[in-house]
Design a protein around this ligand. Structure first.
Ligand SMILES: Cc1cc2nc3c(=O)[nH]c(=O)nc-3n(C[C@H](O)[C@H](O)[C@H](O)COP(=O)(O)O)c2cc1C
Length: 202
């Protein structure tokens, strides 16, 4: 079957992250963002695509900071309350019944109950007429101990990361399954050694 090009996101499941930010006046805001990706190993950059009409975008431009909250499937009932239009003066933590987790390096708070928090400062903005790419630098990354494996990886059975695929009708929420296959990064290189490992140790 051939699909229209704009249907591309229906075929790679996207993380549903919650971006928390504050306005210049300190009003707390939350919005789900799925168009988000890390920018290459071993960098500490993260990139999100934002439509122009977003309080999140206004807040990030004004305060130059935000938190990427990674959540489990138990947050699925918080997606619509935080995605619905609400006036910039509304406190979206209160609206969605969510508590804050104070951040260590920035003023914008994280969301309590998430399994990971990325405290970010604005690094660069790429402007297009209809959208903006926001590049953030992760200043601090905290992950809840309960969702970590013994070797410090993400135990996806415990975290059950909230994800979704889009279809013509809307959003289908899902999570991931561990297929019990592991490969070291070095396996990609002829000598079996991962050249980036040294940079990550620094
Ligand atoms: C699952 C989901 C993912 C979304 N991802 C994005 C996204 O990546 N970029 C974006 O601009 N809007 C995205 N949205 C829409 C915003 O979350 C929504 O417009 C929200 O009201 C924006 O809030 P704000 O004005 O407080 O920033 C998404 C909505 C949902 C439900």
């Amino acid at each position: 079957m051939i699909f229209k090009p704009f249907m591309r996101e229906g075929f790679f499941p996207l993380s549903v992250t919650f971006i928390s930010s504050i306005s210049r006046d300190g009003i707390r805001n939350i919005a789900p963002y799925s168009c988000i990706m890390p920018v290459l190993r071993p960098l500490d950059l993260i990139c999100l695509a934002s439509a122009r009409k977003r309080d999140t975008l206004v807040n990030i431009r004004e305060t130059r900071e935000f938190v990427v909250n990674m959540v489990g499937t138990e947050f699925s009932n918080k997606v619509i309350p935080t995605a619905k239009f609400s006036p910039p003066a509304a406190d979206e933590f209160d609206l969605a019944g969510l508590d804050e987790k104070p951040s260590e390096t920035i003023r914008a708070p994280g969301i309590a109950g998430s399994y990971a928090w990325m405290e970010c400062e604005l690094f660069k903005v790429y402007e297009e007429p209809d959208y903006v790419l926001i590049m953030g630098k992760v200043l601090r990354l905290e992950v809840a101990d309960e969702v970590l494996t013994r070797d410090g990886g993400l135990d996806i059975q415990k975290a059950r990361p909230l994800m979704m695929t889009g279809s013509k009708k809307g959003m289908h929420f899902c999570t991931v399954t561990d297929i019990k296959q592991f490969e070291p990064f070095g396996a990609m290189f002829p000598d079996g050694k991962d050249p980036i490992a040294k940079q990550e140790e620094k």
